[in-house]
Design a binder for this molecule. Structure first.
Ligand SMILES: Cc1cc2nc3c(=O)[nH]c(=O)nc-3n(C[C@H](O)[C@H](O)[C@H](O)COP(=O)(O)O)c2cc1C
Length: 204
């Protein structure tokens, strides 16, 4: 197996050869701390394109991506902070909750909100639109791994609140699946283990 990835230049000129995908999908780890330096826009565009090659029933392409960088991250944080404050009845607690929540999107130079906007026709099932968008999100994470970027899929209640959905201009039928935080990382990924496949597989 000869895997060629230009990690030095961190460009997106990737040569896919035998075994590359399997290696990338096993090596991909959630990276929670990344540098402030903004990776080139082209790498983010490559991640989005990778996402759009996910399988999707009836070719509905239900995924929507919202890319936050620079000050836009603070605007997202303000909406999330408002939502956090609104959950509290006590004014001091509300401000404290806002203060904890609002800076969260500043943890990476790029934050990509991913949402499923279900097809309006009655041929689709909501779960399939969400499943396709989850597959697209995994494609993004794998692309980040291939491009030498660190990424993590983040969620929490704020992901699913009306305030965020409305801020993104989505319909009431849409589901926000999460936020992919992306940036350069120099830290080694935490080691992870998975159960043996036998534990989760039944051969019939
Ligand atoms: C739907 C979803 C939501 C997640 N939300 C968070 C999150 O809010 N915070 C976080 O630290 N990790 C989050 N993760 C990442 C998982 O914690 C991570 O995938 C898991 O620990 C396994 O580690 P690995 O991705 O490095 O294999 C989420 C993953 C998924 C699929």
């Amino acid at each position: 197996m000869n895997t060629t990835v230009n990690q030095q230049d961190r460009n997106h000129d990737i040569v896919l050869e035998d075994g590359f995908l399997l290696t990338a999908l096993k090596n991909r780890r959630s990276i929670s701390r990344v540098a402030e330096q903004e990776p080139p826009e082209a790498l983010i565009r490559t991640m989005i394109e990778a996402a759009t090659w996910a399988p999707n029933h009836h070719l509905t392409e239900p995924w929507r991506f919202f890319i936050f960088r620079g000050d836009a991250r603070a605007r997202l944080g303000a909406v999330m902070g408002d939502a956090a404050a609104r959950r509290e009845t006590d004014a001091d607690k509300a401000e404290a909750a806002r203060g904890r929540m609002a800076p969260k999107p500043l943890r990476a130079p790029y934050v990509i909100a991913v949402a499923a906007e279900p097809d309006a026709s009655d041929r689709t099932f909501e779960i399939e639109e969400i499943a396709a968008t989850a597959a697209a999100t995994q494609n993004m994470l794998l692309a980040a791994e291939a491009l030498g970027l660190g990424a993590i899929w983040r969620s929490g209640w704020v992901t699913y609140c009306d305030e965020v959905r409305e801020f993104l201009g989505l319909t009431e039928q849409a589901t926000v699946l999460g936020f992919v935080y992306v940036g350069y990382t120099s830290l080694p990924a935490a080691a992870r283990v998975r159960q043996p496949t036998e534990a989760v597989t039944t051969w019939m």
